[in-house]
Design a protein around this ligand. Structure first.
Ligand SMILES: [Fe+2]
Length: 556
């Protein structure tokens, strides 16, 4: 009677041992199938929502990471996320498991008219602050929005800096009707907001036929001399489908900068109007961090913003949208005859673009403006520019020398002139030719993108006789902490703002860092934060989560 029990126990033990070995990973038995995502709840409240009011989205799910489209970004299970819909909106929750399994669910948010807030569905680009055409007037800003061309309503803008709403001058518009892009004809509207209290906040609202369709409270005015300011700089920003683009945008918004400078390659892959609408605006003027409607962002041309134009190849339809998606100073060199612009031919094919861009093309590629105690000089560094043209150099010199006494001088262009890495990047180092001008006119910082990484040089000047690495004279005494006065400009590359990573190519050369090397971080996305006083510039490079990757200080 007792004999079967030991045998059975032995068999059971063996089975258990085999099962345990299987779970240990050493067996050929099939593993448990990965858990599929499950959406338990996804709802919007209130729904319908009154125009101009926020709606709260709540999601509960298991088995993966959640994301909300269009353009609302990541959401965790149990999290509530608020946004203001611009008209009826289908919001899609997508949960993706680690093994790639996907579950989706949609909720349609309906917008109903409110007593004093008309359904704002007619916006195709919601209002965003612009630098406008007053480069040295901290009491002014521009405002831009796009709406369908068939909309014949009368637009107006009002501003409130104290208790009373003040009507601004009538907005102006250009027609954006680019055949073949599948985008119906639009009007790009601009208004001038003035007078604003420098360094203060203000409210503004956009009215259509006398009814409010859009309102922002707490927008930031520009900074005047003597006012401390926080400036964020990042390049190579919005790449379709790359989650880093959004996480960097949210990280930037979390720093609450007074001003953001986008140093080229703004909307991948070609800077077309379609890409601006589908990717750029949802990232920087929509979703949970609609930065551009309450903080000033300044756009700078990169090679992707001029599509293939910089290399003479036919560009895709809707390209060069920079020239009607931004409203910035037209105080550039005006060198329109010397090959400083893309060759847009045949002329007839480009007529719709020229109508949309108006006077902004090509003048808006180069300009200067002041903010706080700094003069920013912005250059188009694409290949069609003639960097050794005496007239262009004269304009750069004039723009720098025109800075009021004691101002920081910061120059921004997309293509860096010097390469401290082992990455050649197809010989795009032509901007080195301008360095002697910059060092002679006491530039403090040169900020670039193009390489999808962060890199910092020592302060340096060039010895006479060449503009290559062999002539670099690095300031070896400067350390940015104990010694903060620099002999020569510092070159910053801050092109890790959301595009594909260059970490496998942009690295310190195997034989050791070059003499002008100071820092290089290519294995993560990041952006630059400058806290600027009149006598002190504090620089930090941060990742999307707010961790400081590098920092230094400059003083007079
Ligand atoms: Fe680039």
């Amino acid at each position: 009677m007792n004999s079967p029990r030991p045998a059975g126990t032995l068999v059971l033990t063996c089975v258990l041992l085999v099962l345990a070995a299987c779970r240990g990973g050493g067996s050929k038995a099939p593993a448990d199938p990965p858990a599929a995502p499950v959406i338990l709840r996804f709802e919007a409240d209130p729904n319908p929502v009154e125009a101009g009011s926020p709606v709260t989205l709540r999601a509960e799910f298991t088995g993966g990471k959640g994301a909300l489209d269009p353009g609302l970004g990541a959401i965790a299970s149990g999290q509530a996320l608020a946004f203001v819909p611009l008209g009826d909106t289908s919001v899609v929750l997508t949960v993706t498991s680690p093994s790639g399994q996907v579950r989706s669910e949609a909720v349609k948010v309906q917008v109903k008219p409110s007593p004093d807030f008309e359904d704002p569905a007619s916006f195709t680009v919601p209002p965003c602050l612009q630098l406008g055409e007053a480069p040295d007037r901290p009491d002014r800003l521009g405002l831009m929005w796009h709406a369908p061309a068939y909309d014949t309503g009368t637009w107006a803008v009002e501003v409130r800096t104290t208790g009373t709403w003040v009507r601004m001058a009538d907005p102006a518009s250009t027609l954006v009707d680019i055949p073949g892009t599948q985008v119906p004809a639009q009007r790009a509207w601009t208004a001038v907001l003035k007078p604003l209290e420098p360094g203060g906040t203000f409210d503004y609202r956009v009215l259509r036929d006398g009814r409010r369709v859009f309102q922002v409270n707490g927008a930031r005015a520009r900074m005047a001399p003597g006012q401390r300011q926080r400036v964020v700089i990042a390049g190579d920003l919005v790449e379709p489908g790359n989650p880093a683009s959004r996480s960097i945008a949210e990280g930037i918004a979390a720093q609450k900068p007074d001003l953001m400078l986008a140093v080229g390659d703004l909307s991948y892959p070609h800077g077309t109007y379609q890409e601006y609408r589908a990717h750029f605006y949802p990232t920087y003027n929509g979703g949970p961090a609609p930065f551009m409607r309450s903080r000033l962002m300044v756009g700078i041309l990169g090679n992707h913003d001029v599509a293939h134009v910089d290399r003479g190849a036919p560009p895709p339809l809707g390209s060069l949208a920079y020239y009607y998606c931004w409203d910035q100073p037209l105080n550039g060199p005006g060198l329109l005859q010397g090959g400083h612009v893309a060759n847009l031919s045949p002329a007839q094919a480009w007529a719709p673009f020229r109508q949309a861009a108006g006077a902004r093309y090509p003048a808006m590629g180069n300009f200067w403006f002041d903010s706080g105690d700094a003069r920013f000089v912005v250059l188009d560094s694409n290949r069609y520019m003639h960097r050794d043209d005496p007239a262009l150099r004269h304009w750069v010199e004039t723009a720098l020398d025109g800075a009021p006494a004691g101002f920081w001088r910061i120059v921004l262009y997309h293509h860096p002139g010097f390469n401290q890495s082992s990455f050649k990047h197809t010989n795009d180092w032509h901007m080195a030719q301008l360095w002697p001008v910059l060092q002679r006119h006491r530039v403090d910082l040169v900020v670039n993108g193009h390489l999808h990484a962060y890199a910092r040089t020592r302060p340096f000047t060039l010895a006479p006789g060449g503009v290559d690495e062999a002539h670099i004279l690095p300031d070896l005494a400067y350390d940015g902490a104990a010694t903060t006065k620099a002999a020569g400009p510092i070159q910053i590359i801050t092109g890790a703002g959301g595009g594909i990573s260059h970490k496998n190519r942009f690295r310190v050369p195997a034989k050791g860092p070059k003499p002008f090397h100071q820092a290089l971080i290519a294995d993560r996305h990041s952006f630059s934060v400058l806290d600027l006083d009149r006598d002190r510039l504090r620089f930090r490079q941060m990742d999307g989560a707010g961790a400081v990757l590098d920092q230094f200080t400059l003083t007079r």
